[in-house]
Design a protein around this ligand. Structure first.
Ligand SMILES: Nc1ncnc2c1ncn2[C@@H]1O[C@H](COP(=O)(O)OP(=O)(O)O)[C@@H](O)[C@H]1O
Ligand SMILES: [Mg+2]
Length: 289
């Protein structure tokens, strides 16, 4: 990874809510994080670990109190840096999409961002149409729908469309599948994979280890605001005890693989999903016959 490919560089980042009050709450401590072009990065950790606070630093919603955040060459600690462009280039989909939707109609909501950047008329309409279709909302069927009548899954897609309409380079998602039914979840995960194939860099925070297994190549594990473990997703998933300490589930595939290995079945380490593990067991059975 050359320096040119680095899109986000976080160094020594600290954040305290309500500092200098009796309610001060340290949310991030000395966090280092790098995101290179085309990567799929996972941020995992239990509730309160600091995931959402970290994500909000990546697109300039928070400026660093301690340490530095450099996004696409712009140092967010520098008050002279305009965060508007950073917010456009780093699209953040909030944990609760209803926090993101504010217009009455879906089409207007998706159009709002590009309008702020001066897009009008046919170009605007086309931008909104494409963003909605990318997010999985049919333009004609949904543009005049009232945002508050959407289901949870549709709301998340509308929020995603609003972010995609700004043509970001990096897509940052906070607990993207929380509250979705299994079908809506798989649909959304598939769309995110497709967006990555089209060239978007992904940063996904989740406490759902299966989402992280399916969606990311490299992860950072946060516990009480600190990075306690990081590396390729496969390697991190093999550290069951450390994950449990951090308040996370051990991914089922890793758990089963470890038990089978302990019983003398020579499976390679690192199956991420149950489907991968099933393939590995099938291969072993072939060889053992
Ligand atoms: N707006 C806020 N005001 C005060 N404390 C907050 C606020 N947001 C988050 N916190 C605290 O900061 C810590 C990290 O929270 P958060 O970043 O939301 O973690 P996560 O997304 O991993 O659940 C928690 O202790 C949380 O209670
Ligand atoms: Mg959160």
């Amino acid at each position: 990874m050359s320096d040119n490919d680095i899109l986000i560089q976080v160094r020594g980042l600290g954040h305290t809510y309500l500092p200098d009050t009796p309610f001060a709450q340290v949310a991030l401590r000395d966090v280092d994080l790098t995101v290179a072009e085309g990567e799929r990065i996972g941020i995992v950790g239990g509730t309160g670990a600091g995931k959402s606070t970290l994500l909000q630093h990546l697109n300039g919603l928070y400026r660093p109190q301690v340490g530095s955040v450099v996004v696409l060459g712009r140092d967010l600690a520098d008050p002279a840096v305009d965060v508007r462009e950073v917010r456009r280039l780093v699209g953040l989909v909030f944990q609760r999409p209803e926090q993101q939707l504010f217009a009455q109609y879906v089409g207007d909501d998706v159009a709002y961002g590009p309008q702020q950047f001066g897009l009008m008329g046919d170009a605007l309409r086309e931008r909104v149409r494409r963003a909605m279709e990318w997010a999985g909302l049919d333009f004609t069927a949904y543009k005049d729908r009232l945002t508050w009548t959407l289901s949870g899954g549709e709301q998340r897609k509308a929020a995603l469309a609003g972010v995609l309409a700004l043509q970001p380079r990096i897509l940052v998602l906070d607990e993207p599948t929380a509250g979705l039914d299994p079908q809506a979840r798989l649909d959304l995960l598939g769309r995110l994979q497709e967006l990555h194939r089209q060239g978007l860099t992904l940063v996904v925070a989740s406490h759902n280890m299966d989402d992280i297994a399916r969606l990311t190549d490299r992860v950072y594990v946060l516990q009480e605001g600190r990075v306690v473990l990081q590396g390729p997703t496969r390697e991190v998933f093999a550290h069951g005890d450390r994950l449990r300490e951090a308040g996370l589930d051990v991914p089922p595939a890793a758990l089963v693989a470890r038990t089978l290995r302990a019983a003398g079945i020579p499976l390679a380490a690192g199956a991420l999903t149950l489907a991968e593990l099933a393939d590995e067991i099938a291969r072993w059975l072939e060889g053992a016959r």
